[in-house]
Design a protein around this ligand. Sequence first.
Ligand code: NAD
Ligand code: USQ
Length: 481
Amino acid sequence: MKMAHLVTNCSFSPSPAVKPYARSSGYCCNVAQFQSLKCSNVVLKSCPARPRKAFAARASAVVQGQTGKTQTPLTGNEQASGHSSSRPKKVMVIGGDGYCGWATALHLSNKGYEVAIVDNLVRRLFDHQLGLDSLTPIASIQNRIRRWKSLTGKTIQLYVGDICDFEFLSEAFKSFEPDSAVHFGEQRSAPYSMIDRSRAVFTQHNNVIGTLNVLFAIKEFSEECHLVKLGTMGEYGTPNIDIEEGFITITHNGRTDTLPYPKQASSFYHLSKVHDSHNIAFTCKAWGIRATDLNQGVVYGVRTDETAMHEELSNRFDYDGIFGTALNRFCVQAAVGHPLTVYGKGGQTRGYLDIRDTVQCVELAIANPAKPGEFRVFNQFTEQFSVNELAKLVTAAGAKLGLEVQAKSVPNPRVEAEEHYYNAKHTKLMELGLEPHLLSDSLLDSLLNFAVQYKDRVDAAQIMPNVSWKKMSAKPKTVSV
Ligand code: NAD
Ligand code: USQ
């Protein structure tokens, strides 16, 4: 029996003095730091067959046969050749402890993929440091994975560390040997990136260098590995023409070419995604890497088939002014009787999708990999809404549940167009078979009921936005109360 490092019952007690954005902080951003965490009941066993460094902590020791009802997905080569060995396809989910990543890791595991999560848990640290919390209580990653194993018999491996640490990432790649790497592991909040200089620098360093390391790891250790990278619709901004999926054909001075669609990102976070896309496109050309850039819209919802199986599998649900996204925030605001915070005129239009479609889209991208050297871009959303439209929908759904919901325009903390044209294409994932869960009355009802169920956990002080694009400065800023 192959045993690896088994880590249980870790409890994090970061010092309040620790800066979230300092890589040398006492948090588990890398090897030594992870080991210096306060952990109770830590059992470390060595793996004689494949020795690896202690920081590549695997939560479950034994890789067992998959017991899911769905057909075991095969590796890319097996699919291509029509031959099948019994080896399930391996997917590394980077950022697998986060909102989209956790739901995706469970979904893929349920579908018969062999899954490993890579995460440095820095998102949990942001909460500690900013005094924020998920609406839903979330179990530690170790308990989540143990619960999943006890319910389904399926193993998810865990590598705790920072992908900006190339030594750590190399070990994870060499040890797991992924067929696909799904990369969610970034600082993903636009407001967070606009708090102050150090958070802006952290965001771009974390995201750009992390992705660059993933590209180097693929080139060095897993040439065939398909990179599925979470980008964002916000890379395109809000141009006054239709938004295409990644590329646009332009005729200029009588000559025609198909070029990357122009990027007009509107926060240091969104800009980090633009830089990522350029680096990925370049390495596809230069090194023959196969990559899919999923330009995802704003995600809403919280439950997927898998996370609903047990409260210890619950996903995070952010509602605060920094990490909370529009529709999720509005549902919580409605539940606690807070006026819906429409920023400015409320004509800001974006693509939105249900978290159940996030996991479906990623699965589709993995099952239909890009070819070697191909850089594909899919726009990943299912419907467009303006902020005013969302506020109207939530107000109506709240009334049906007996909630008195009011929408109120608050001064827009961001610099963005508040009335604009928006028409973004999103057909490529549909062509691959996406069956969207559209925002229906019933979904809104259940989201609202969910928010009502946990309303005692809401800290009303975290609802109003408190990060201003214009007032951002070089001076470190504290944003919690
Ligand atoms: P999240 O913050 O909940 O999860 C991100 C995870 O990545 C966290 O668990 C965090 O600890 C981990 N992480 C961050 N930096 C890391 C590093 N250097 N090394 C290892 N792990 C690291 O975010 P999310 O909402 O799940 O978003 C996931 C991805 O999807 C992001 O790339 C985001 O830009 C993209 N996206 C999200 C949304 C949305 O509405 N949530 C919409 C579009 C795109
Ligand atoms: N907005 C409000 N009121 C609120 C919250 C937001 O009016 O209380 C507005 C914002 O000003 C913005 C729009 O709603 O115009 C969307 O804001 P958001 O906070 O829901 O989403 P955003 O900051 O764009 O970021 C989120 C995720 C990010 C992802 C992005 C996809 O946090 O990771 O990249 O959605 S997209 O918007 O398509 O770029």
